[in-house]
Write a protein that binds this ligand. Structure first.
Ligand code: HAM
Length: 409
């Protein structure tokens, strides 16, 4: 037997229904906030992620599904959406002076991480990217939008953490101070952090092994005046808009492109994989990819994690179930007519016994069964059975939908 690939899964109802409910909730919020949909490809040139997500990030170093296609191009399944959106923006000539666009996207992302609860190799992200607005209100807007998506979806149990990573002018000094600090701690660092200490020192603060301990002793970022004012303005807008948050000076992100604001929405209810959604500002990415200077901010939410926090919901089952006793063709046509009239209708395997079909009707959750035997077919009427009370009445086919509707199944 062929089995599924480790870390890739089948999602059945009612979970699949929750994904749809989440996507619909997100779309309601996106429309309120003026974000337009962008459908980006699942496959991109590998180089795109190397240059944007970052060469020394875990994602690019260890987690990408990359392969060579028949044309000899090295391609990757997208591990995140931001690089594709930035590429689409530049490639389609949308970038330019005063270009301001707000996009949302959703779809599968692929990362070859070690699978565990809440962590999959194919997972769904719903994300937004606000391009072309450096103002702190853009940062605050995206975070408020994220909170709105979650509340539309009925997710209550989350908290927001924010930080500022500074910009091109204040980051280098912090970078140097951190490298010095990590050198002094070299003996106690894990292999990963030792290797990364010089190239990507911020990541050491995010390390699962050393992070918590290092964060207690590491120097803190000193922001330049502009970054400080920007960060304070973001916080003020959030406070005044009623979004609770806390500042975590050691919140760093596993991707290289961030500048200034970074944030993470977490939930303890998720256990070890507590990051529900995350994002931040990336003012240099688009220019570094060959586009014009375009400040930007965005986030992505892990849909697989969000659905775990949503109130349970199940799709509406059939309202009526059709049973045939040797009148299969008539039963089939009546079933189809009920659907045409807008009722959710289903039927079992007509060649089964009455008992087996009745069991299927009970299992379906329908409130009524329509039973059609040879006599009923001749009389052009059906036995309508209330599956709760077992009451039964004879109804002409032509009135079935109307009678059912009046009973509000
Ligand atoms: P990220 O932090 O890598 O950011 O991922 C965002 C969210 O995707 C996480 O908070 C988590 O909920 C979900 N996620 C990540 N990996 C997995 C996994 N293996 N299984 C299940 N869920 C997962 C980004 O991807 C950035 N592109 C966000 C962004 C947009 N920044 C600016 N714009």
């Amino acid at each position: 037997m062929t089995v599924s690939v480790r870390g890739f899964r089948d999602i059945f109802e009612p979970e699949a229904f929750l994904f749809t409910a989440l996507e619909n909730a997100a779309r309601r919020a996106f429309s309120l906030y003026g974000y337009e949909e962008l459908r980006i490809p699942s496959v991109e040139m590998r180089e795109l992620f190397v240059k944007s997500t970052g060469e020394s990030t875990d994602i690019v170093e260890k987690e990408m599904y990359s392969f060579e296609d028949a044309g000899g191009r090295t391609l990757s399944l997208r591990p995140e959406g931001t690089p594709g959106v930035a590429r689409a923006f530049i490639e389609n000539g949308l970038a330019g002076q005063n270009a301001r666009r707000k996009f949302f996207y959703q779809g599968s992302m692929f990362r070859a991480e070690r699978p565990q609860a809440g962590r999959y190799r194919e997972f769904e992200q719903i994300g937004v990217e606000y391009l072309g607005n450096p103002h702190p209100s853009a940062d605050a807007e995206t975070m408020l939008l994220l909170s709105r998506v979650l509340s539309e979806a009925g997710v209550k149990d989350f908290r927001a953490e924010i930080n500022s990573l500074g910009c091109r002018s204040c980051r280098p000094a912090y970078h140097a101070a951190l490298v010095d600090f990590l050198r002094s701690e070299k003996e106690s660092l894990c292999d990963n952090c030792r290797r990364r200490a010089e190239k990507n020192p911020l990541r050491a603060l995010d390390c699962k092994t050393d992070g918590a301990l290092l964060a207690k002793k590491a120097p803190r970022q000193t922001l330049c005046l502009e970054c400080k004012a920007h960060f304070e303005a973001v916080q003020e807008l959030l406070s005044q808009s009623g979004l609770p948050f806390s500042v975590n000076n050691f919140l760093v992100r596993g991707l290289d492109y961030y500048t200034r604001t970074v944030f993470e929405f977490k939930s303890e209810a998720l256990g070890a994989q507590d990051s529900l959604a995350a994002g931040g500002r990336y003012d240099s990415l688009i220019a570094s990819m060959g586009g014009p200077e375009t400040p930007a901010v965005g986030w992505a939410m892990g849909a697989d994690r969000a659905v775990l926090l949503m109130p349970k919901q199940t799709p509406a089952g059939p309202q009526v179930f059709v049973i045939s006793l040797g009148a299969d063709k008539t039963a089939f046509l009546v079933l189809e007519d009920l659907r045409k009239s807008g009722l959710r209708a289903d039927g079992a395997n007509f060649s089964q016994s009455l008992r087996a079909q009745m069991r299927a009707a009970d299992k379906s959750g329908a409130a009524f069964a329509v039973i059609i035997g040879e006599n009923e077919a001749k009389e052009i009427s059906a036995a309508l059975k209330n599956l709760k009370t077992s009451e039964q009445e004879k109804i002409p086919f032509s009135r079935l939908a109307e009678v059912l509707r009046s009973k509000n199944p």
